[in-house]
Design a protein around this ligand. Structure first.
Ligand SMILES: Cc1cc2nc3c(=O)[nH]c(=O)nc-3n(C[C@H](O)[C@H](O)[C@H](O)COP(=O)(O)OP(=O)(O)OC[C@H]3O[C@@H](n4cnc5c(N)ncnc54)[C@H](O)[C@@H]3O)c2cc1C
Length: 400
């Protein structure tokens, strides 16, 4: 048993940390204020190879290559390190790989991979995954978007909500889930389970509208839009994998995504700890550093414990994936890591803003941005309640 990352992983961590400190940290407060999506940083992340860590060399990635080969653990390291500086930049990578690249890499034909992956891996393009709808979030099987075949083309009608990376100037496609079964099921999954399929919709396809960006509580730098489809026509060959496999596909995609979101949460919790320890050593009240008071010091001790536990759960789940362990074991570990790490991250921001006092409420201190950014971690890619549901099912409980 070893609890250390490999030397290659540690070298890689330093590379990403230096990149984040140099290219992201100095600008991030302004970008956050201006809701600016920095395309040049996405390109630079592509140059660094961050989008290709789980992609084979033939599509421009480094997975499994002999020299400095990437793996899922490396991706988690990169997301953690970016997330330590800014959550929006971290989620741009996480969603770019987990929701943009991964579905095509895992379920696409060779032609689809050749067409889309090289630009996505290079950071010249981004892709999104449109699963959620206004009436279908946790209950994603309730999707109402419909695609019907008509003369060798899919005609798509419906709307998606909250889709990450879907409206940037370099977004090349969104993979959307849609009902492709007969109309006769009348929308009732009780009577007839919906046939759901995933379909690749290239950006700019007529009938595909990217709605204005949302006004969000946090993740101001990240790109999030509603999408609508009105007789949006794409070739039949844009079907991803087999017809009717959409449900199975997004469940698999989300298992990986949950480990990556856990890594994003670890980055945030670590940042809160680092910033708070430094501040507690410097800030004086009543003639002593506030870190000399047990009330403050012990809250940071507890925070250190939760950061350590979150990191261990996250990298254990990543290790299970890299080691090719059974899907059920990865699913359970992913849900446990996501649940624990994201709740720990939200708690960490509460501790950090408290340690910073009034300054913690001011935008000039990063802990204020982390406080706003943390909440979505407990919601996106499956809420905490959904994780508890999955874990209970993994325990064999017949939970609904
Ligand atoms: C910034 C942002 C980015 C996002 N990016 C994407 C993206 O790229 N692609 C995408 O497809 N989606 C995306 N989402 C959507 C996100 O995954 C969903 O918001 C999330 O899954 C929750 O779905 P919902 O909002 O419909 O909430 P609901 O499903 O309506 O849940 C509301 C509340 O009820 C609880 N609940 C629901 N059902 C149960 C149950 N059976 N038992 C117990 N509690 C339950 C939930 O846990 C939650 O607390 C994004 C969301 C945001 C805010």
């Amino acid at each position: 048993m070893t609890f250390e990352l490999s030397e290659d992983h540690e070298v890689f961590r330093k590379v990403v940390r230096d990149f984040a400190e140099r290219e992201v940290a100095p600008h991030v407060a302004r970008w956050d204020r201006e809701r600016h999506f920095p395309v040049n940083v996405v390109r630079a992340m592509g140059d660094l190879g961050l989008f290709g860590l789980v992609v084979p060399e033939q599509y421009g990635g480094s997975a499994g290559s002999d020299s400095a080969g990437g793996d899922f653990t490396s991706l988690c390291v990169a997301i953690e390190e970016l997330g330590r500086v800014d959550q929006s930049i971290g989620i741009t990578l996480e969603a770019g790989v987990g929701l943009g690249i991964n579905p095509i890499l895992t379920f696409g034909t060779d032609e689809q991979k050749q067409q889309w992956l090289p630009d996505l891996v290079a950071g010249r393009a981004l892709a999104g995954f449109g699963l959620t709808e206004a009436e279908a979030g946790s209950d994603a099987g309730a999707t109402r978007t419909r695609a019907t075949l008509d003369g060798g083309m899919w005609s798509i009608d419906g709307a998606k909500a909250f889709i990450t990376n879907s409206g940037t100037e370099i977004t090349s496609l969104v993979t959307v889930t849609a009902r492709t079964g007969a109309e006769s099921d009348g929308g009732s999954r009780e009577r007839s389970p919906a046939e759901i399929s995933s379909i690749i919709v290239p950006a700019g396809t007529p009938g595909f509208t990217v709605e204005p960006a949302y006004e969000k509580l946090g993740w101001h730098i990240s790109d999030t839009h509603g999408l609508s489809f009105d007789d949006c026509r794409v070739p039949e060959a844009n079907l991803l994998g087999r017809r009717g496999d959409g449900f199975r596909q997004f469940l698999a995609v989300l298992d990986d995504g949950r480990i990556a979101i856990a890594a994003l949460a670890v980055g945030l919790a670590q940042a809160c700890l680092d910033l708070s320890v430094r501040y507690a050593g410097e800030r004086q009240t009543f003639g002593l550093a506030i870190g000399a008071r047990q009330a403050v010091a012990f809250s940071l001790s507890d925070l250190a414990v939760s950061v350590e536990a979150a990191r261990l759960l996250t990298y254990k789940a990543a290790w299970l994936k890299d080691a090719g362990r059974p899907a059920a074991a990865i699913k359970q570990a992913a849900a446990i890591a996501k649940l624990y790490s994201t709740e720990a991250a939200v708690a960490a921001t509460r501790v950090a803003t408290q340690v910073f006092g009034g300054n913690g409420f001011m935008e000039e201190y990063p802990v204020a941005r982390f406080y706003r950014d943390a909440k979505i971690l407990e919601i996106g890619e499956g809420t905490s309640e959904v994780q508890r549901m999955l874990i209970a099912r993994g325990l064999g409980l017949p939970v609904q």
